[in-house]
Design a protein around this ligand. Structure first.
Ligand SMILES: [Zn+2]
Length: 140
């Protein structure tokens, strides 16, 4: 299920998106399962797996979005979560255009540090990782 993208890239995108769902805004601390969502599900040449077409989504949002066009999905989730649809769209576009280099570096070191090969469920590993990193930042 998760062989279509390298673990490093998956984690880098999760980190870029603050380990939270770009649509409903819930994060790991809310007990969600992180997944990657293709913003545009299918292009002329099939799936576009570039980081600019991938955002972090909770499993619930990803399942509910399914193959809906982005505009329709954003309208739906904005009603359900009482968010301004413009804010959701702005968040998606912001993430899509972020440079990935630093996130990929961070993800590489995170994976090396954890000696972790399967990061499909990052919930526990990365909660720990972030807690530790926050502690380190705070102690300097
Ligand atoms: Zn969500």
């Amino acid at each position: 299920m998760c062989n279509w993208i390298r673990p490093k890239t998956r984690l880098a995108i999760y980190m870029r998106d603050g380990l939270a769902c770009v649509y409903c805004g819930r994060g790991l601390e809310d007990g969600i399962l992180l997944t990657l969502d293709h913003v545009k599900p299918k292009g002329k040449h099939g799936m576009n797996n570039a980081a600019s077409n991938l955002v972090t989504a909770c499993k619930e949002c990803n399942d509910r979005k399914n193959h809906k066009p982005l505009s329709r999905w954003i309208r739906r989730v904005s009603v359900d979560t009482r968010q301004n649809p413009k804010n959701i769209l702005a968040r998606v576009v912001e993430r899509q255009t972020m440079p990935m280099r630093e996130y990929l570096e961070d993800a590489k070191y995170a994976l090396l540090a954890r000696k972790c090969k399967d990061i499909h469920d990052v919930r526990n590993q990365y909660r720990e990782f972030f807690a530790r990193t926050l502690k380190e930042i705070g102690s300097k």
